[in-house]
Design a protein around this ligand. Structure first.
Ligand code: CA
Length: 226
């Protein structure tokens, strides 16, 4: 049984989330504030936490930091559209993904499934081959093909592509990409990412002007949509 914790102070939304998730055969506990969330997460080994950021007692970001003190449980954040900075803080604090209110239940369910899939231990040690209708990326051989022809990626492009395709569907914050690929003092150089993703899209996207696979989340980061 997959156990989920829903943290949401809006009673109507909390109930709707519980009903929707239980209908998909998840076991669901719900709490309405941050202190109860920390108590619940400490008492039970949940498989996933859905966390509203605007809570009456604690900031949702503080709750995530608290949970991250002892647990790697996937956390999906629910946040208001206007609270862009809060999403960044939540991702920095260790949230895995976010959904912006108002959201459709189908969207949330897709994110839940994706987060649970990512949390599963990787099968074997083999680096995967990522295949889309537009291109094929062999992470082990470090080769990319588009329309049957080999695409040459520079080491930096390769590093960025790999950072995203290894986490399909996951928003990877710009700061994290910059730190991973360029190093610790580059977190603010988001223009690097714009330049490099333009090159990557030219090489791999079917329509580089309208990216389908390497998606920019403005102000936040990048996501590979398989
Ligand atoms: Ca709220």
């Amino acid at each position: 049984m997959t156990r989920l914790l829903v943290v949401e102070d809006d009673q109507a939304l909390r109930r709707a989330l519980a009903i929707t998730l239980r209908a998909r055969h998840y076991e669901v506990d719900t709490v309405g504030d941050g202190a109860a969330a920390l108590r619940a997460a400490a008492a039970t080994a949940y498989d996933l936490v859905v966390m509203d950021l605007g809570l009456p007692d604690l900031d949702g970001v503080e709750v995530i930091q608290g949970i991250r003190g002892w647990s790697a449980v996937p956390v999906i954040v629910l946040s208001a559209r206007e609270a862009q900075w809060q999403k960044v803080d939540a991702l920095d604090a260790g949230a895995d993904d976010y959904v912006t209110k108002p959201f459709g239940m189908d969207e949330l369910l897709a994110r839940v499934r994706a987060a649970l899939r990512r949390a599963e231990p990787a099968e074997g040690n083999s680096a995967p081959i990522v295949e889309t209708p537009a291109f094929v990326i062999d992470l082990a051989a470090k080769r990319a093909h588009k329309d049957g022809r080999e695409v040459r990626l520079t080491p930096t492009e390769w590093h960025l592509v790999e950072a995203l395709v290894r986490r399909p569907g996951v928003l990877v914050p710009s700061t994290q990409l910059l730190a991973e690929v360029w190093g610790p003092h580059y977190e603010r150089e988001t223009n690097y990412l714009r330049v490099f993703f333009a090159q990557i899209r030219r090489k791999l996207e079917p329509d580089p002007g309208r990216p389908r696979y390497f998606i920019t989340e403005p102000g936040l980061g990048y996501r590979f949509e398989p």
